[in-house]
Design a protein around this ligand. Structure first.
Ligand SMILES: NC(=O)c1ccc[n+]([C@@H]2O[C@H](COP(=O)([O-])OP(=O)(O)OC[C@H]3O[C@@H](n4cnc5c(N)ncnc54)[C@H](OP(=O)(O)O)[C@@H]3O)[C@@H](O)[C@H]2O)c1
Length: 490
């Protein structure tokens, strides 16, 4: 179940928000401590969904300003008005807690505990204590300081499932995001999702629409396989959009989540039993190799892994960047004997450069600040190296931007002077945000054939999907979801 918290700040806003909740929420939480001058009977009547009535005190992250007696009196009113659930903190003074639990009628009591600072590794004693109280649902919500805190919560959820206890088990904060996505498949009673950005009731809360439509949290089961991306950071990665759409489109009950990792070995040792495949992004494309059983020849040649697949219980590293870019490029003609100029000399330049050389292209790469690094790559690829400032002396048939120049927010920048763009050229930009960079726009105006970084991104993701699932990737749907997102996001 997805629960949307209604956070006011006014009655009018709360009533308005009910409409938007109807297609997304299975249950609504009325955060009375956040709704000024609330009219509880009216809220319960107009919510249109079962409600949890919560009147949170300050020590548990709420805003209620009165006495404990006054705070609990509101929960008694909720019971009198037939609320489906009330949320009462285990930190409530004993006599008040007892009086509510003994007189809750048909209302179900959610016994809650919140820790806004940490998760720790001692949730089980707390759970056992809470099990002794006459509540209907237990709620343990902690703050994830570390990605592994999610696993502590998953283990508790597994125990509660085995003991047939209803448990809301979540971790807050950016590092707890995966618990909000995966808690239901781990046996959790519900997960919270915000109605809109700015309406979160706790740190790290994801949009309810994203939980429902992108991650499909209500459809995940114990049979769901978990895929994801590891990186530092991962908040900008759009892989979750295209891979979850591809899984949905293919009718697979699996999920793809972002893992914000700091130490690849620590992550892999802890999460290995839970995951079936990974995308790997900066800065782990080299580091990941030390935990794998096997690296395929393409990734070995590139010295970088962007895809990890579990194959017969062995972990195998692949690289789909080079082949993905090549597929986009060769759709516009053969590279044999072509004068190819790559702007930049980083990881992408290496992946694409190798493919160009292998296809018989005459490759030149450029350096900007770091000549030494670029020289090492030129030596490895046995190609020519020039300064970025010398490109006007270079014959170019295929131009490939492998630098971040022109990427959002610096959309007015271009890595190549417009005056040097000629109608016979093929121009490929690795940057996909924006989809039409200044370089591509000027290239199209000059009559060049243009290739967007979007095609590169989709191709490498489609190859990842096929490696993980063994099924053809639904490329048009993957392209569409990405285009929709990029066109919507400024
Ligand atoms: N479409 C896709 O799926 C996809 C996949 C991977 C990467 N990409 C894009 O490809 C780009 C490069 O990624 P990467 O992983 O190769 O990065 P990287 O390893 O950091 O390399 C970046 C390269 O760009 C050069 N550079 C940086 N700023 C420059 C400037 N102002 N003028 C000229 N050169 C400049 C750097 O040269 P110096 O060190 O000399 O400054 C370096 O050689 C990124 O924008 C990324 O978004 C796209």
């Amino acid at each position: 179940m997805i629960c949307i918290p209604i956070v006011g700040p006014t009655m009018a806003q709360a009533l308005k928000d009910f409409d938007a909740c109807q297609s997304l929420a299975d249950i609504i939480e009325l955060r009375l401590d956040l709704i000024a001058d609330h009219d509880l009977p009216r809220l319960l009547k107009e919510a249109g969904k079962p409600c949890i009535v919560t009147n949170r005190c300050k020590t548990e992250g709420g805003q209620f300003k009165g006495s404990e007696e006054e705070r609990i009196q509101v929960l008694r009113q909720a019971i009198d008005h037939g609320a489906a659930y009330i949320d009462i903190e285990t930190s409530t003074p004993g006599p008040l807690l007892k009086s509510v639990l003994e007189n809750k009628g048909n209302t179900q009591a959610i016994l809650s505990h919140h820790d806004f600072t940490r998760t720790g590794d001692k949730l089980e004693p707390l759970y056992e204590l809470m099990c002794q109280l006459p509540g209907d649902v237990l709620k343990i919500v902690t703050y994830a300081q570390d990605l592994n805190d999610n696993l502590t919560m998953f283990k508790l959820l597994a125990r509660a499932r085995k003991e047939e206890k209803k448990l809301i088990g979540l971790c807050m904060g950016d590092k707890g995001e995966i618990s909000r996505i995966l808690t239901l498949m781990m046996g959790g009673f519900l997960t919270f999702g915000a109605l809109a950005t700015g309406k979160e009731s706790a740190p790290g809360q994801i949009l309810a629409a994203t939980l429902k439509h992108v991650y499909r949290v209500n459809e995940l089961t114990a049979a769901t396989k978990i895929f994801g991306v590891i990186g530092d950071p991962v908040s900008k990665s759009l892989g979750y959009l295209i891979h979850n759409r591809a899984l949905r489109e293919t009718g697979l009950p699996h999920v793809y989540v972002p893992f914000w990792v700091q130490n690849v070995t620590k992550f892999f040792n802890a999460f290995e039993p839970y995951i079936s495949g990974l995308s790997v992004t900066m800065p782990f494309k080299e580091d990941i190799q030390k935990v794998l059983d096997e690296i395929d020849p393409v990734a070995q040649r590139m010295g970088a892994v962007n895809t990890v697949v579990r194959q017969n219980n062995r972990w195998v590293g692949h690289n789909t960047d080079g082949p993905g870019a090549l597929q986009a490029l060769t759709a516009h003609g053969d590279l044999q004997g072509k004068q190819v100029l790559i702007l930049g000399a980083g990881g992408t330049a290496k992946a694409i450069g190798q493919e160009v050389v292998e296809r018989g292209g005459q490759l030149t790469i450029t350096y900007n600040r770091n000549r030494e690094k670029a020289q090492a790559l030129a030596n490895e690829l046995q190609c020519q190296l020039i300064s970025i400032r010398a490109v006007d002396q270079q014959e170019v048939e295929v131009l490939i931007n492998c630098s971040p120049v022109g990427m959002t927010p610096n959309i007015n920048e271009t890595p190549f002077p417009a005056r040097l763009l000629k109608p016979n050229m093929v121009v490929f930009d690795s940057v996909y945000n924006p989809t039409e960079t200044r370089l591509l726009k000027e290239a199209a105006e000059a009559g060049c054939q243009t290739i967007s970084g979007l095609e590169f991104f989709i191709n490498q993701a489609a190859a990842q999907f096929e490696l993980w699932t063994g099924k053809p990737a639904p490329v048009p749907a993957m392209r569409q979801v990405l285009m929709d997102h990029l066109n919507r996001t400024p």
